[in-house]
Structure formats: C-alpha cells, structure tokens
Design a protein around this ligand. Structure first.
Ligand code: CTP
Length: 396
C-alpha cells in the first residue's frame, strides 16, 4: 500500500523521537519515499545524520540552508506529499498546528500540505489530559487531520498513564489502512441528509431540535475522501464541509429536504439519512410575528411531515443502498429494528440518548448497526470521524 508513496515525516522535540527512527525504517521498507522535516527541538533528541542516512534525503529543518542560502520550499513539499505524518507530535507542536503559529519548517509544511495529515501525539499524561491539549487535538480533528491516539503505559517521567506515542508498527498500519480505503467509493454517488430541520411558525420562530449535523458531515467527509461524489442536503448547521468535492444543498424544513432528496435519489448509489427530521410542522405559518396578546394563548396545530427515509425506501432499486439512523431513549434495539423494516432500509445506525457523550452536539458517538439480514455490529465510544469510517466500511 505504501509502495512509491511520498510521505513527509515530521518530527518534533519529544523523547519519543527515538521511535521515529524505527518508523522511518518501516516506511522505507514498505517502499515509501520519505522526506523528514524536523523541528529545532527535535534535533536535540535525534540527529539529522541518522535520519538522512535512513531516508536517503537531506533532512529539512531550517527555512534556509545556512551556507548556500538555498530556500527550502514548504509549498513544494506540501504539494509533493501523498501524506504527512507528525510523530511525535508534542503538546507545543499540536498547539502551533491548531493555531497556525508558523515559526518553524514543520508547521509551515503542515499549513501548506494538501495531503492528509496524521498526528501521533506524545507527551506526559498530565499534559495530554490538560484541557488545552484536548481542545487543540479536537481542533486538529475538526480540520480533518487524523489523530493516531497515544497509548497508556510508563512514560519518560516514569509516571504511568496515557501519552505514549503509538508504536511505529501501529502508525504504519494506520497509513496502510488509509491508502487501502483511499478510493473504494470512486465514482459512487452518495446522498447524505444532515442536521436538524426548522419548521417555521412565524418570521422569527421555529420548531427545531438539537442536532448539530456533525455526524452527517463526518460521514460526508469520509465518503468524499474515499472518492465518492457526495451531496449533503443539510438543515441549518454551523459547520462547513471541508472536502472540496462535497456539494451542500441548504434547506430549512422537512418538506424542502424531502423535495431535494426524492429528486436526487434516482441518481444515487447510496443514501444515508442522518438528519434529525422534524416529524411535525405547524399547519399554519404566520407572515407577521405572533404578538403577545393579553389573555389569549395561541394554539399551534401541527401536521405530519413526509417521512423522507420511508419514501426513498419505496423508490429504492436493487442497486441502491439506503441507510437510516435511529436515535432512541428507550427500547433501543426493538425500535431500531422496527424502523429498519418499516422504512425498507438496508441498515440502520442506532445511537441511544442514554449513552453519555453520544448523539447531539458531541464530538463522539457510540453506535450499533443493524443490517437487513438480521445481523448487527456494536462499536465502542469513538470520535465521530472514526464512527464515520466504521459506517462507510460496513456499507462497503
Ligand atoms: N427520517 C426521515 N424523515 C422523517 C423522519 C425521519 O427521513 N420525517 C429518517 C431519519 O433521518 C432517520 C430515520 O428516518 O434516518 C429514523 O428517524 P427517527 O426520527 O429516529 O424516526 P421516526 O420515524 O421519526 O420515528 P420516531 O420519531 O417516532 O422515533
């Protein structure tokens, strides 16, 4: 998988830098062409001589080569790479990446990189657990970077906890898996609904829900990365699609979402219904703001919205796959199975509001996927980007 791939190995200044030498050897052995970029602090831990001998290329560290004045172009490097791996990524490097502090060659290269970036944090347990680090890692993840989680064990400080850089073999496995899945949705048309719907009452009020759209957008990013042509029909959300090939159609109401989805569906290979669609809308929408009348309390009569997933289930042809979501508070499995059958879905992704840190607004989710053939697969609590990977893998 790594044969002929151009990989930038970014090394920052942590004790785990000694493992980067082994990582470099593994990458070269796997057939990759590796360019090492090291921070000034990184050079305190391992020497450029070792790294250039193993990679067969001069190590890049400074903006200029001192004796010749030659400029090391981070822009060219960023374009050359198929992937960038930052291992170890110290708390300081992660903070600089998250905030664009471009004061060394590693950060300028990162900011110029067009290729996917893998970050393997390594630091002491308290630094890793600090809210600043957590926030910075979340930011990097939200920008589409792949975080290779550190493991727990004895650290350089002799304290025991989470913060050990992932082993080189595991980092290489991440890269191999990434390239293996790189284009397995090439040419497929994928429709995703995401976010809440807003059902208008008057010009300033609506009925809505807490959906952030994060899960649907994460699935869209993953599908696009794997080569799909992705269209998101999205309710009002504050997030933006990152991948340039994702098309977003913004809507407000369930009826608008229904109209776009039924129109788009015949051309789709896969549809994933992630939106938290309002089941009811006000029967009447007022053109002017409803005023607070003295003794009179207004009554809002509701009418049923169309069931988008169920309608697509009716339209579905054998070459198409339709996946739904079920957000439940009780009788989770029975409710999910019932929806799978009723809406003629191929699979349904269950998440329960009873699981802490899963569902609305969170960056993590815990799912079980039920398939039409009666089988199911359970997953642990994971960042939504990884949950998206599991969902796409199971569809494939
Ligand atoms: N869904 C849809 N259109 C609707 C309601 C739901 O497309 N009007 C989709 C959701 O996007 C999800 C699946 O159907 O993929 C199940 O949604 P959910 O709200 O859990 O189910 P409902 O059918 O609305 O049932 P209930 O609210 O009673 O649990």
């Amino acid at each position: 998988m790594l044969q002929g791939k151009h990989i930038i190995l970014g090394i920052s200044g942590g004790i785990a830098a000694y493992k980067s030498v082994y990582l470099l050897r593994l990458l070269i052995k796997a057939g990759a062409e590796v360019q090492v970029v090291i921070t000034p602090a990184g050079k305190e831990f391992i020497t450029p001589v070792t790294l250039s001998a193993l990679s067969g290329k001069p190590v890049v560290s400074e903006f200029f080569t001192a004796n010749t004045g030659q400029w090391n172009s981070h822009v060219d490097l960023g374009l050359w790479a198929d992937a960038m791996v930052i291992a170890p990524a110290t708390a300081s490097t992660i903070a600089k990446m998250a905030n664009g502090v471009a004061d060394n060659m590693l950060i300028t290269t990162y900011l110029s990189a067009k290729a996917p970036v893998f970050v393997a944090p390594a630091m002491d347990l308290d630094m890793f657990a600090h809210p600043t680090t957590t926030r910075n890692i979340d930011l990097l993840r939200s920008y589409g970077n792949h975080i290779i989680e550190p493991t727990s064990g004895e650290l350089a400080s002799h304290l025991v906890g989470k913060g050990r850089m992932a082993e080189p073999e595991s980092i290489v496995a991440h890269l191999e898996q990434f390239f293996a899945s790189a284009q397995d949705l090439a040419g497929k048309n994928v429709l995703i609904t995401a976010g809440p719907t807003y059902e208008k009452i008057d010009p300033v009020r609506f009925i809505g829900n807490y959906s952030s759209g994060k899960m649907g957008y994460a699935i869209a990013e993953e599908a696009a990365r794997r080569g799909a042509n992705v269209t998101i029909v999205s309710g009002p959300v504050s997030i933006k699609a990152q991948h340039e090939s994702i098309k977003v159609i913004g809507i407000e109401s369930a009826r608008e979402m229904h109209q776009h989805c039924t129109q788009l569906f015949p051309a789709m290979d896969i549809a994933i219904m992630c939106a938290a669609v309002a089941d009811y809308a006000p029967a009447q929408q007022f053109d002017a703001k409803i005023k607070r009348e003295k003794d009179e309390i207004p009554t809002i009569t509701l009418v049923k919205n169309p069931d988008i997933a169920a309608d697509l289930g009716q339209m579905k042809t054998p070459r198409q796959k339709l996946i739904g979501f079920a957000l439940e508070t009780n009788d989770e499995e029975a409710n999910a199975q019932a929806k799978l059958a009723k809406k003629n879905l191929d699979a349904i992704v269950l998440n329960s509001l009873r699981d802490k840190d899963a569902c609305f607004g969170t960056d993590t989710n815990k799912i079980t996927i039920f398939f039409a053939d009666g089988s199911n697969k359970q997953y642990g609590l994971k960042p939504k980007a990884e949950v998206a990977k599991d969902i796409i893998d199971s569809i494939i």
